[in-house]
Design a binder for this molecule. Structure first.
Ligand code: COA
Length: 179
């Protein structure tokens, strides 16, 4: 998203703030400067809704930034975006699964690089957890790029566990039970 420029990011965060979500958006400020933020809660099409609302704008951005196609991560994200916009029908033989009760999601959390390691991330997590418990959620969920070692360590120290799929942790999903 960053590669598509400031306006793409502005639209994405605007959708997260104004879309039909039940979200808790937190900021830690030092005077009027943002030191860290998080978006938590239940998001209704955090990515799909954004893509639908902004598809013309995003398509134009891709057309005017063709060199981005050379980046494999960018290509993967384009594939993901297309899959989300054109959902496939589930196979008729797919076994029906009992729906899990919704989990409180941490959609994004970040601390200013100059302010990391000072407890701001923990403060944001504590506050999200408090909101999730008060709202009756039994579980929190997030996904992280598995190679983001700093973030993975941060979550594991905070009691988050890796959700394995077929013994592998390729999707980077982590959960935390709220006892
Ligand atoms: C992951 C991230 C949000 C953590 O935020 P943070 O504010 O640095 O985290 P904290 O300061 O609360 O904790 C980090 C470390 O500082 C330590 N710490 C906590 N309070 C501290 C304090 N008052 N003084 C010094 N260190 C402290 C913690 O014990 C922890 O130690 P560790 O690094 O050995 O695990 C931050 O590193 C970040 O923004 N990363 C980039 C964005 C990102 O990857 N986001 C996650 C995407 S899924």
């Amino acid at each position: 998203m960053t590669q598509l420029g400031h306006e793409a990011l502005r639209r994405y965060y605007r959708w997260l703030l104004e879309g039909p979500h039940q979200s808790t958006v937190l900021g830690v400020f030092e005077r009027d400067r943002l030191a860290g933020y998080s978006f938590g809660g239940i998001f209704n099409g955090a990515l799909t809704g954004f893509l639908r609302e902004n598809r013309t704008f995003l398509a134009l951005r891709v057309v005017t930034h063709p060199w981005l196609i050379a980046n494999p991560l960018f290509r993967n994200n384009i594939r993901l975006a297309l899959r989300l916009l054109v959902p496939r029908r589930p196979a008729a033989s797919a076994p029906a699964r009992a729906p899990e009760p919704p989990a409180y999601g941490i959609l994004s959390i970040a601390v200013d690089p100059g302010r990391q390691g000072q407890g701001i991330g923990q403060l944001l997590m504590r506050q999200n957890e408090q909101v999730a418990r008060a709202a009756g959620f039994a579980r929190m969920i997030l996904s992280v790029t598995p190679t983001n070692a700093q973030a993975v360590r941060f979550y594991e120290r905070d009691g988050w566990e890796r959700e394995l799929v077929d013994g592998a942790w390729s999707r980077g999903v982590m959960t935390k039970r709220l006892a």
